[in-house]
Write a protein that binds this ligand. Structure first.
Ligand SMILES: *[C@@H]1O[C@H](CO)[C@@H](O)[C@H](O)[C@H]1NC(C)=O
Ligand SMILES: *[C@@H]1O[C@H](CO)[C@@H](O)[C@H](O)[C@H]1NC(C)=O
Ligand SMILES: *[C@@H]1O[C@H](CO)[C@@H](O)[C@H](O)[C@H]1NC(C)=O
Length: 313
């Protein structure tokens, strides 16, 4: 038995000696301390350094740890609305993939807010606090529940200026309920909540068409499903791609009025910039595919014909 035990110990030592180690922490500036180190698993061959920013909210967050070089290559970085994410990677022991410095604009203004971007564990009630700078003298908390497959960063906290407003945008696409809640407050660390639990509520009488296009024609007219709207979702919505060549419906469902009235604000900041929502009030009013669809063309043709007739009189 003995030789096997020794062999086992030797293999174990070789294995740990070969294991990559990476700094591991979630912080503001990206400096993990010496004790915050992760021994990577055998399949992890890279250390990551992820920087998350949200325009207008001082919640800059750096997350570090072990990953795979393959994930680094496939990382979906860049802007999604006002959220910007970048990942740097390197593959040697305790390596530093980037020389990162975080800077502020303006002097400290006396306000202090919880600041972070991430999930409930990273950015919940016990998130770290930071002094605010310049004219950003409010504490902001933005919480989002996403449609399946659209998940990004559920919580964004930080200092922001007076342009932020309390807003709740809720929408239901098929059986999926999603929302964006933005809260603004003016006391030190008042953005200290965890994730809010907002429920869709009871049927409110409005009925809308619903679909979610995945490229298989789910939003074709004849395939639309019906949805009973609930709670404060008192508008039918359709979300249209901005792609000029093919303006197509991406989603239909029920929504709060804020989904459309705050379009330039919350939807633009938090959702894709390649689409926009259009709302209407009456049951089944969101049947038409998009504004340049056949119905609209027919209407335009009608007006032209009418004008021609009037001119002829
Ligand atoms: C390093 O970080 C750990 C975990 O966050 C913390 O418990 C510890 O006090 C820190 N050590 C130093 C020297 O800052
Ligand atoms: C959150 O902040 C408010 C206002 O500053 C304070 O009254 C409350 O005690 C805080 N809650 C927690 C859990 O820290
Ligand atoms: C919607 O509500 C109607 C009653 O108004 C009900 O008959 C129908 O089954 C509901 N549809 C769904 C999909 O729940």
């Amino acid at each position: 038995m003995r030789p096997y035990v020794y062999l086992g110990i030797i293999l174990f030592c070789l294995h740990t000696a070969n294991s990559l180690r990476c700094a591991k922490c979630v912080s503001k500036k990206g400096n993990c301390n010496e004790t915050e180190v992760e021994v990577c698993s055998s399949y992890q061959d890279a250390c990551f350094f992820e920087v998350k920013d949200f325009i207008g909210v001082s919640g800059t967050t750096v997350k570090r740890g072990c990953t795979t070089a393959n994930y680094c290559r496939r990382y979906p970085g860049g802007y999604k609305g006002h959220l910007d994410r970048t990942m740097y990677c390197c593959s040697s022991d305790l390596c530093e993939p980037v020389d990162y410095h975080h800077s502020h604009t303006g002097a400290e203004n006396g306000m202090v807010c919880q600041s972070c971007i991430g999930n409930e564990a990273e950015c919940g009630q016990n998130a770290w606090s930071e002094p605010c700078h310049g004219n950003a003298d409010r504490c902001i908390q933005i919480s989002q529940r996403f449609l399946p497959g659209e998940e990004l960063e559920p919580i964004i906290k930080g200092c922001g200026d007076s342009s932020f407003r309390d807003t709740l945008v809720a929408y239901q696409i098929g059986k999926d309920f999603a929302y964006i809640e933005q809260n603004v407050c003016g006391l030190r660390n008042c953005n200290n909540r965890s994730f809010p639990d907002i429920s869709p509520g009871q049927p409110n009488g409005l009925k809308c068409y619903t679909c979610r296009e995945t490229g298989k024609g789910e939003c074709d007219r004849e395939r639309l499903q019906l949805l009973n709207c609930t709670g404060i979702m008192d508008r039918c919505v359709h979300i249209i791609s901005k792609d000029r060549d093919v303006p197509t419906t991406i989603q239909k469902g029920c929504a709060t009025e804020t989904m459309c009235t705050s379009y330039s604000d919350i939807y633009y900041k938090l959702m894709r910039q390649d689409s926009y929502p259009a709302c209407c009030k009456k049951s089944f009013c969101n049947r038409a595919g998009d504004h340049s669809g056949p119905e609209m063309l027919l209407a335009v043709a009608g007006v032209v014909l009418w004008l021609a007739l009037m001119a002829g009189k």
